[in-house]
Design a protein around this ligand. Structure first.
Ligand code: SF4
Length: 430
């Protein structure tokens, strides 16, 4: 059970018995090496694939998360050991070391903390996929019983998950304020209504194991964040934070920054690097938008057209070549580029509109934040990131349809379907 939920009583027991000695977590640990080597699915051709210590295991967890998300050459066999219970005991301890390191150094609202929570959610999903269906149902049931003790779950008891947008009300089937998860409850409440439609089938369509698993995973993620917050608060009361954990936190941040290199760096084999914006390489439509809009449609041009283009062109120009959704902070961790380079350009263009956009519509600044993925909020705040999605740049087809005055194609526009592809093409020519 602790392999899926390290915060369970069983997980805490493991840490109490085996995880106390922080002085030895950098040491080579033969038990970890033997456990990993015993997993037949594990690629062992390169010694570097095998974690040698608890700290190695912590970093490998982070590297898996980054590689899986970002590396086009991701090799699952390199990390197969993460999904086999042979390493369960060591993995639980590595989880606590990771949370404590990040909690002490970066705190609960950091990019590192969000990455640890996401990482844990994804590890659980992958571990469940390794199980036979019956075992999977059983373990989810068992863990749910420990996470939710009352018979009937009021939707208000999931307030944390709802307010942090980990689940949405649309994911849930509700009756009289109760969240319906079990087949028995579904039959009791809806059996009559759906009897012509085979109630069991309907239960599987609307709820089944899918919703239970979703809630379980999101609850463990939320508990992970709460644990990190707790560690941070306790560390704040200490005179000196633990130096070993601070060192590990830096290694974790280094491993996470590899993600930025994948998207922003030059190792993408033909991808365009993230680099300061070069206005001379912009397509005609964007250059026209930068000059400000003198007639109608200011909001649409600044908020829906310019904001996604400038942010992706600066931070993640290869978005259409890679099939991976990112957040702004995945590539601009402290949001400095966004604050210092991207927003000023958008605001300048808004000021060049006639009349200046924010003079009569200051709320459009909030809409710009929303299009960057930070929800309907006044400021770009990491805590709100993910409340909306980071809008991808509009296609040429949509530009031609909705803002035909902007599209004045030149010879590079031939065969181009998106202004961002135009920019990338031009940047590659340099
Ligand atoms: S064809 Fe596309 S890139 Fe070229 S000006 Fe028109 S919208 Fe812009």
């Amino acid at each position: 059970m602790s392999f899926i939920n390290p915060l369970s009583d069983e997980g805490k027991q493991i840490v109490r018995e085996d995880g106390g000695d922080l002085d030895r977590i950098f040491d080579v640990n033969d038990d970890i090496i033997d456990a990993v080597n015993s997993i037949t699915a594990q690629e062992i051709s390169d010694d570097a694939y095998i974690p040698k210590s608890y700290v190695d295991l912590v970093i490998k967890r982070v590297e898996w998360y980054v590689d899986k998300k970002s590396d086009p050459k991701y090799n699952h066999k390199k990390y197969a050991f993460l999904f086999y219970p042979e390493i369960a005991k060591f993995d639980v301890i590595a989880f606590y070391i990771l949370c404590q390191a990040v909690g002490i150094k970066y705190g609960p609202n950091s990019r590192e903390s969000r990455a640890v929570s996401e990482l844990q959610g994804q590890i659980i999903e992958n571990r469940l996929e390794e199980l036979y269906e019956r075992d999977r149902l059983e373990i989810v049931e068992k863990i749910m019983n420990t996470l939710i003790v009352q018979d009937r779950i009021k939707w208000t008891s999931l307030a944390d998950l709802l307010s942090s947008k980990k689940i949405s009300l649309q994911d849930l089937v509700l009756k009289d304020g109760n969240v319906i998860l079990d087949q028995e409850d579904f039959m009791e409440y809806f059996g009559d209504v759906v009897k012509l439609q085979q109630p069991e089938r309907m239960y599987n369509v609307f709820i089944g194991n899918r919703i239970k698993e979703l809630i379980m995973i999101k609850m463990i993620m939320q508990n992970t964040e709460n644990y990190i917050k707790n560690v941070h608060e306790i560390a704040g009361r200490e005179v000196e934070p633990n130096a070993t954990l601070l060192k590990i936190a830096e290694e974790v941040a280094d491993a996470l920054s590899k993600e930025i290199r994948y998207y922003g760096g030059g190792d993408g084999g033909g991808d365009v690097e993230a680099s300061p914006l070069n206005v001379e390489k912009f397509p005609p439509c964007i250059r026209k938008a930068l000059d400000g809009i003198k007639s109608g449609g200011r909001n649409e041009v600044i908020v829906l057209f310019l904001t996604p283009f400038l942010s992706y062109a600066r931070l993640y120009p290869s978005v259409f070549m890679r099939n991976t959704t990112l957040k702004v902070s995945d590539v601009d961790a402290d949001l400095k580029i966004t604050q210092n380079e991207i927003l000023p350009m958008i605001y300048d263009s808004a000021d060049r509109c006639s009349p200046p956009l924010f003079d009569d519509q200051p709320q459009e600044k909030i809409n710009i934040n929303a299009k960057l993925g930070f929800g309907m909020n006044d400021n770009l705040n990491l805590q709100h990131e993910g409340e909306t999605t980071w809008y991808t740049p509009m296609s040429c087809e949509k530009v031609k349809l909705n803002m035909p005055n902007l599209c004045k194609p030149d010879k590079t526009c031939k065969g181009i379907t998106n202004p961002l592809s135009y920019y990338n093409r031009k940047m590659r020519e340099k």
